[in-house]
Write a protein that binds this ligand. Structure first.
Ligand code: SF4
Ligand code: SF4
Length: 158
């Protein structure tokens, strides 16, 4: 019984090895069919898939304006506390107090890229970016403020 199992294991291992070698040999002679890429050698030409999600970002226009109203819907939608919206009150042209974003704190190290915050945002103020080289030696660098310094909300966004 023991000898039978032993021989069976050896047979299985050799078979598996030959299957692997066969595949390697196939791609050795069929270069054009290889779909893996030599990263990071291909960094200059690397094109990420459109659906790839690397981090949450807040786009700003040329006037350093964003679309975030500070509604906190993204914070509420996030399942693991990755986003913290800090708000403040600003006085508008009519002298009325209005809630505005002070900072949108994003903990990249916690983010699972689930996209729920982006879907929840009623103002299209945030989106997923295809960046992915996030390695750092200092963990605190992964905590980001998504609104630029000195930025403000775009006119007409409520
Ligand atoms: S992508 Fe998901 S985990 Fe990341 S901040 Fe948005 S809701 Fe939270
Ligand atoms: S990013 Fe969107 S959901 Fe989050 S606070 Fe700003 S407007 Fe609201």
């Amino acid at each position: 019984m023991f000898l039978k199992d032993y021989i069976k294991d050896i047979y299985g291992a050799i078979k598996s090895l030959l299957v692997g070698l066969n595949r390697t040999g196939y791609y050795f002679t069929h270069h054009k069919e290889i779909i893996t890429e030599q990263y990071p050698d291909n960094r200059a030409t690397l094109v990420m898939a459109e659906r790839f999600k690397g981090e949450v970002v807040m786009p700003h226009d040329a006037n350093n304006e964003h679309r975030c109203t500070g509604c906190t819907a993204c914070e509420l939608a996030c399942p693991n506390g990755t986003i913290k919206v800090v708000t403040k009150f600003e006085v508008n042209a009519e002298g009325k107090k209005k809630k505005a974003i002070d900072k949108l704190v994003y903990h990249l190290e916690l983010c699972t890229m689930c996209n729920l915050c982006v879907v929840a945002c009623p103002s299209d103020a945030i989106k997923m970016a295809p960046t992915f080289e996030h390695s750092v030696y200092d963990r605190s660098l992964l905590t980001k403020i998504l609104n630029n310094p000195g930025s403000k909300i775009m006119e007409g966004v409520e």
